[in-house]
Design a protein around this ligand. Structure first.
Ligand SMILES: [Zn+2]
Length: 333
């Protein structure tokens, strides 16, 4: 998610940064205005010590920290001399991609002013570590961008995905924008595994997590320079093996693998070439947002109310989506 547009409204480019007295406009004063952490001292040596005790040093960012995040306060040794003297620098990650961090910061040019627009490689040797503190911002006005890669899109389906994006925006008060990107894969040779179905000790057969991890997810990195938050595979019923064991009349039509990042969603549908209706609901139209709702609840660590509001007798997807705590989602993306 990119919080730059929101920050630019609060702290316009080129204005004197926040803070009081001699600290006004300092880089760390800007960070303190955005994130809730204690005083960290004026010198780089003091800042280092603070990161050692309270933050995540760069060597641990990928394993302990699970990578950089938007909202991280990054402490760098920019401007520090060979003897380690100097103040160093701090900025807030306003946006990021595979390779770069996009800072929101103050005083980068020693001008006490707020700036955006630099890009810093994640491998930049000046990065000492990050402080991951609760954001003080009200991101309530912020739009969350959520990238979903999806296979098997005939022409008409693009219109459907466009409509679904608008629908979810409407359900969430224009806060959650799901961007759909095409995933090019042949729909064949899936690997399956048997997993517990979340009711009554039943089991079902779903596409193996290892198949997603090894074969599907890598495809998302080739075509688009977008981080995938979730990947959805639409599978023809004749290739779907999701019948619930022991209940031959029960066939699962959608499945979300929790505990995965990116999210792994699969949906059985013949909508592309057969009847677009199933039990009174359009399959993809309904199953896709339904499964997405499962995953978003999981990501947020929330009690999953998807089935409470969206079940065969009561199709209220709107309720499911408006029930999501999007501030929490922002923090978890
Ligand atoms: Zn469900």
């Amino acid at each position: 998610m990119d919080i730059t547009p929101h920050l630019k409204k609060l702290f316009p480019e080129g204005t004197i940064g926040p803070g009081s007295g001699k600290y006004q406009g300092e880089c760390i004063s800007f960070c303190h205005a955005l994130a809730d952490f204690d005083s960290i001292g004026d010198t780089f040596q003091q800042k280092k010590k603070f990161v050692d005790l309270n933050g995540i040093i760069r060597a641990n960012i990928d394993n302990v920290g699970k990578g950089f995040r938007v909202g991280d306060v990054v402490i760098t040794s920019d401007g520090v001399d060979a003897a380690g003297r100097g103040a160093g620098h701090g900025f807030v990650v306003a946006n990021l991609d595979d390779q770069f961090l996009y800072p929101a910061e103050a005083n980068w040019f020693n001008d006490k002013r707020v700036h955006y627009g630099r890009k810093v490689a994640k491998t930049d040797p000046h990065i000492y570590g990050v402080i991951r503190a609760p954001l003080k911002l009200d991101l309530g006005q912020c739009e969350v961008n959520y990238n979903v890669f999806i296979n098997n899109q005939p022409r008409w389906n693009l219109k459907f995905l466009d409509d679904l994006q608008k629908q979810i925006l409407q359900w969430t008060g224009n806060k959650l924008r799901v961007n759909f990107f095409p995933l090019y894969t042949k729909c064949e040779n899936w690997w399956y595994e048997v997993v517990p179905f979340p009711f009554d000790g039943l089991y079902c057969k779903v596409i193996a997590k290892s198949y997603f991890d090894n074969t599907v997810i890598p495809l998302t990195f080739t075509s688009q320079n977008k981080f995938p938050h979730a990947v959805a595979l639409i599978i023809r019923p004749d290739q779907w093996e999701g019948t619930i064991f022991g209940k031959q009349n029960m066939t699962e039509i959608g499945w979300t693998n929790p505990c995965t990042n990116p999210g792994q969603i699969q949906i059985s549908s013949a909508e592309f070439d057969l009847s677009p209706w199933y039990a009174g609901v359009r399959l993809i139209n309904h199953a896709l947002p339904h499964e997405l709702a499962h995953y978003l609840h999981f990501v947020n660590g929330l009690n999953d109310t998807t089935h409470q509001f969206d079940n065969p007798g009561n199709r209220q997807l709107e309720q499911v989506f408006s029930d999501l705590d999007l501030n929490r989602l922002i923090a978890n993306l």
